[in-house]
Ligand binder design. Structure first.
Ligand code: AMP
Ligand code: MG
Length: 491
C-alpha cells in the first residue's frame, strides 16, 4: 500500500506538525497511511494532554477530530510513517520487527518546548506487519490508556494516551472476535534499543550515526557521542526501573524493542501492578521462565543496556578500546539503580537522611511482606495511618519491624520546613494504583458498551495520593475470586 492510498486528507484540523523523523534517511521508516475504519466512536479524550500539545479538545472530540483519531482522515501536515526496528524478544534476536500496527502521524512541540510524537496504535497494516492484522482490540487499548496515564501521575516517565476510539470493526484474536480500537499515543520519541539494533545488524553505520545525532537532540541535548548517549540512557533506565520497583510494577515484556532510549515506560501489553507482594511474580502468559519477573527487572535492564552498547559499537571507534569503555559504562547501571532504589524506598518509609541500617530496614519490610504475600500498595500506604499491621495475618513480625522503623525515624533530627511524617508517607505511597481486577472489570463493562467504570477509575487514578470518599473499593486488594493471574500478549 502506498503512502497516501488509505486515509483521505482532511483540512479542518489545525495541527502545527513539524516532522523531524520523516526528514531522516528513508531507510529508517516506511511511509504508510492509516487504513480507514467503518464506524469510529470516541471512548476517551485526554483534554489536558491535548491542550499541552496545542490541540483544541473540543475540536479533537468533533467529527473531524474523530476522523483523525481513527485514521479515517489525515490532518494537513501529517506525514504518516511506520518506524523500522529490531529487537531481542525473550532473549532471542529478531532482526526485523518495526511498527506493525502503529503509525506516526507527525510531531508537534508541546507547551514545555518538547517535541512530541503523535502516533496511532492499531491503525492498520504496515510493511512491518508480517502476519498481523495491524489492529488493536478494545481491551488492550483501554488498558494502555488507563495504565499509562496512571503511571504519568505517579511520576514515572512514560508514553501517554491522548485518545481511545473504537473502530466499529470486529477483529479476530485467539479468544474469538473482539471489537477493534485505536489508541493515540504521545511520546517524546519512539526510539528503542531495537531501533539501533535494526541498523547495527545491517552494518548501516550511516543510519546509526543519523539515529545517534537524532536521539541526542531529542532526549539528551548534552550528550554528543555514542558513549555519552549510552551513559544517559543507562542513567535514565536505572531511574525508571527504580520507579517501577517502588510501585510494585511489573512491565512483563522487557524486550529490547520495548526498551526506550529516553528511559520511558513503553508498551503496556502484559504489564501489571502486584497486589500481594511476591518478588518472583510474573504476569505475562507467555513468560514461562520468569525472565521478566518483578525482581529480575533490574538485571534485564542491564542486559538490555549491554545490547544497546553492542549496537552502538560501530560508532565508538577502535573496537577493543570501545568495548572496554562501553563495558565500564554498562557497569555503572547497578550503582545508579541501587541509589535510585534506595532513595525511592527511603521516601516510602518517610526516612530523612541516610543511615547505614536503612537498606536492611527496607529489605526486612519487603521480606515480611513476601512471607505473607501482603498487599504491596496497602502495606506501604498503611504506614501513613497506622493500618499496616492489618495487612498481616500474623502482625507480631510487623510490630517488631515497626519498633525498629520508629526508632530510626526518632533518631534523625527533622530539618526545618520538612512536611510531617504522615504527609511524607501519604505523598510517597499511593492509595490507588491500577489493579488488574479493576482494569479487567472496566474492560468487561466496555465490551458491553458501558464505559462508566473506565471513566470512574481513570478519574480516581488521576489523584492517586488523595484518599477519595466513595472510592474505598478501589483501594482494596482483590478478593480471592477476583485475582488476575496472567495478562495476555494477545493484543
Ligand atoms: P509488541 O508485542 O506490541 O511489542 O509487538 C511486537 C511486534 O509485533 C511489533 O513489531 C509490533 O508492531 C508487531 N505487532 C503486534 N501486534 C500486531 C498486529 N496486530 N499486527 C501487526 N503487527 C503487530
Ligand atoms: Mg512493543
Amino acid at each position: 500500500m502506498g503512502p497516501h492510498s488509505g486515509a483521505a486528507v482532511g483540512m479542518s484540523l489545525r495541527i502545527a506538525f513539524d516532522n523531524s523523523f520523516a526528514r531522516l534517511p528513508d531507510r529508517l521508516f516506511a511511509p504508510q497511511s492509516p487504513t480507514p475504519v467503518p464506524n469510529p466512536d470516541l471512548i476517551a479524550l485526554n483534554a489536558p494532554l491535548a491542550r499541552s500539545l496545542g490541540l483544541d479538545p473540543a475540536e479533537l472530540a468533533s467529527a473531524d477530530g474523530l476522523a483523525m483519531l481513527s485514521g479515517n482522515t489525515l490532518p494537513a501536515g501529517a506525514q504518516p510513517l511506520a518506524q523500522a526496528y529490531a529487537g531481542h524478544q525473550f532473549g532471542g534476536f529478531v532482526p526485523q520487527l518495526g511498527d506493525g500496527r502503529a503509525i506516526l502521524l507527525g510531531e508537534v512541540i508541546d507547551d514545555h518546548g518538547t517535541r512530541q510524537d503523535i502516533q496511532l496504535k492499531g491503525a492498520g497494516r504496515t510493511p512491518f506487519s508480517r502476519g498481523g492484522d495491524g489492529r488493536a482490540w478494545l481491551g488492550p487499548v483501554m488498558r494502555e490508556y488507563l495504565v499509562s496515564e496512571a503511571m504519568h501521575v505517579l511520576g514515572v516517565p512514560t508514553t501517554r494516551a491522548l485518545a481511545a476510539v473504537t473502530t466499529g470493526a470486529t477483529i479476530l484474536r485467539d479468544t474469538g472476535p473482539v471489537p477493534g480500537a485505536i489508541l493515540t499515543r504521545v511520546a517524546p520519541s519512539h526510539i528503542r534499543v531495537g531501533t539501533f539494533q535494526y541498523f547495527a545488524v545491517r552494518q548501516d553505520t550511516a543510519a546509526l550515526e543519523a539515529l545517534l545525532a537524532y536521539s541526542c537532540t531529542r532526549h539528551f541535548p548534552t550528550a554528543h557521542d555514542a558513549f555519552s548517549l549510552l551513559q544517559a540512557t543507562i542513567t535514565a533506565q536505572a531511574h525508571l526501573i527504580a520507579q517501577w520497583m517502588g510501585l510494585g510494577f511489573i512491565h512483563g515484556v522487557m524486550n529490547t524493542d520495548n526498551a526506550h532510549i529516553g528511559g520511558l515506560t513503553i508498551d503496556y501489553g502484559p504489564c501489571a501492578f502486584m497486589d500481594g507482594y511476591n518478588p518472583n511474580q510474573v504476569f505475562s502468559s507467555i513468560d514461562h521462565m520468569g525472565r521478566y519477573a518483578y525482581a529480575n527487572q533490574p538485571q534485564i535492564a542491564v542486559w538490555n543496556m549491554a545490547q544497546f552498547a553492542t549496537a552502538l559499537l560501530p560508532l565508538m571507534g577502535p573496537r577493543d578500546a570501545a568495548i572496554e569503555r562501553a563495558t565500564e559504562i554498562v557497569h555503572t547501571f547497578p550503582t545508579l539503580y541501587e541509589t535510585a532504589w534506595a532513595a525511592k524506598f527511603r521516601a516510602k518509609l518517610g526516612l530523612i537522611g541516610e543511615d547505614a541500617g536503612d537498606i536492611a530496614l527496607i529489605d526486612d519490610f519487603l521480606a515480611l511482606m513476601a512471607t505473607e504475600n501482603a498487599d504491596f500498595t496497602r502495606s506501604f500506604r498503611g504506614l501513613a495511618n497506622g493500618t499496616t499491621w492489618a495487612e498481616f495475618k500474623d502482625p507480631a513480625g510487623f510490630e517488631i519491624w515497626n519498633a525498629r522503623w520508629q526508632a530510626r525515624l526518632a533518631s534523625t533530627p527533622t530539618p526545618p520546613n520538612t512536611p510531617p511524617l504522615e504527609q511524607r508517607l501519604a505523598t510517597a505511597n499511593p492509595a490507588y494504583i491500577p489493579r488488574n481486577h479493576q482494569i479487567a472489570a472496566a474492560i468487561t463493562a466496555g465490551l458491553s458498551g458501558d464505559f462508566a467504570p473506565f471513566h470512574r477509575i481513570a478519574a480516581v487514578w488521576a489523584r492517586p495520593y488523595e484518599t477519595q470518599p466513595g472510592a474505598e473499593d478501589l483501594a482494596l486488594s482483590p478478593a480471592p475470586n477476583q485475582v488476575v493471574h496472567a495478562t495476555f500478549c494477545g493484543t
